[in-house]
Ligand binder design. Structure first.
Ligand code: ATP
Length: 364
């Protein structure tokens, strides 16, 4: 049974002519780590706020467990404090007049948890988040990132069954962010907490989620495992949004030599090549050969010229021009090639992503 279920949910803010969220169907199962991923303004925060009870629905129904907690039809609204959810938002409010320790154990005191257990849980969570050395300081004496960790600690201390997190790592530097991701993942594994996590950062979603819901313009574009989203993007938006450097897209009706070469390669392998409007090739799916005799038999191949090699520290992005289009490929082996070199680019048949005129994935 899903912990949280939204069905046909719409949210239109008063005075706004567009829907912040529409036709939203989302089921979050018990123990799931669900990431809501999408660009700024796509409706992620609105979705989270509706689950939290900080916004009501304009249409549809929201259930938590077997209880309807909001629906536009009936007067079913259950206020946030009765939904038994833990919340951390990007702008976290710590109590300015309380020390870090008192901020952390605030919820435990409120719930009248016995002293010995309160101290143990507070210590555990402060240690896990690396804030025990600040226990006697006040929030104004900490950096934004440190305060963010206190906000997380305060919420984790009460071990809620469901955690709602809105960009909770946004103020942390790269290393700490990575450490905190690992910590969150451990917490999820250890306590089986259901987590709903809002982020616009694809890597964050990829590394954390059991399920990702990619959103754009208030609509879920695709829901699936990180693998599904990356390997089988449902449409052009998802293909372009996820992946860095971004997927190479070839417009099949652009009348370029590369479009023609791909069409002729796919012909015979596909029933309806004419329906393919867009082909996608991930940068790591392109292999470059300098010697034509090394080119595998059944693969797509095309003459190409190196335009540039960009080192990114441990890996390289290579720009190649092939059949009238500039493409990016990535490699973890130091390239011996340089700008101006002639090569053959090779792509395995399974690596092509095919989309129709509406930008929807075709079965391939
Ligand atoms: P971000 O990553 O920038 O926070 P988001 O994906 O979380 O973006 P939302 O904050 O849910 O997006 O916003 C969705 C849409 O609703 C946007 O067009 C936004 O301008 C609008 N919106 C959000 N809050 C309100 C509000 N209180 N009143 C009116 N419109 C709002």
């Amino acid at each position: 049974m899903p912990t949280i279920a939204l069905s046909q949910v719409r949210k239109t803010y008063p005075g706004s002519s567009t829907d912040a969220v529409r036709s939203l169907d989302l089921e979050i199962a018990d123990g799931e780590f669900m990431c809501l991923l999408g660009p700024s303004g796509c409706g992620k925060t609105t979705t989270l706020r509706m689950i939290a009870g900080l916004e009501n629905l304009s249409a549809g129904e929201l259930r938590i467990g077997d209880r309807v907690v909001d629906s536009a039809v009936e007067a079913t609204f259950v206020p946030p404090e009765d939904r038994k959810l833990g919340l951390v938002f990007q702008s976290y409010a710590l109590w300015p007049h309380l020390t870090i320790e008192r901020n952390t154990d605030f919820g435990l005191r409120l719930r009248k948890v016995p002293k010995a257990e309160r101290i143990k849980r507070t210590d555990d969570v402060m240690r896990a988040l690396g804030i025990e050395q600040y226990r006697d300081r006040y929030p104004s004496q900490l950096s934004g990132g440190q305060q963010q960790r206190v906000a997380l600690a305060r919420m984790l201390a009460v071990s809620p069954g469901v955690l709602l997190l809105d960009e909770p790592l946004s103020n942390l530097d790269a290393r700490l962010r990575l450490e905190m991701r690992a910590e969150l993942k451990r917490i999820h594994g250890k306590f089986g907490t259901t987590i709903v996590f809002v982020t616009h950062d694809q890597w964050e979603a990829m590394t954390l989620a059991t399920t990702i819901a990619v959103m754009n313009d208030g609509v879920i574009q695709q829901m699936g495992t990180p693998d599904d989203i990356y390997e089988r993007p449902a449409n052009r938006f998802v293909a372009e949004f996820v992946g860095s450097p971004p997927i190479n897209l070839i417009e099949q009706n652009a009348n370029t030599p590369i479009a023609a070469a791909i069409a002729s390669y796919l012909d015979g392998r596909l029933h309806d090549v004419g329906a393919v409007a867009l082909t996608g090739i991930r940068p790591e799916a392109i292999v470059l050969h300098t010697d034509a005799k090394d080119v595998p038999q059944d693969s797509f191949n095309l003459r190409a010229v190196i335009e540039g090699v960009l080192p990114t520290g441990g890996s390289w992005i290579v720009e190649v021009r092939a059949g009238g289009q500039l493409l990016f490929m990535t490699t973890h082996v130091a390239p011996t090639l340089s700008a101006g070199d002639d090569v053959t680019m090779v792509v395995e048949p399974a690596a092509f992503h095919l989309f129709d005129t509406d930008g929807q994935r075709m079965l391939n």
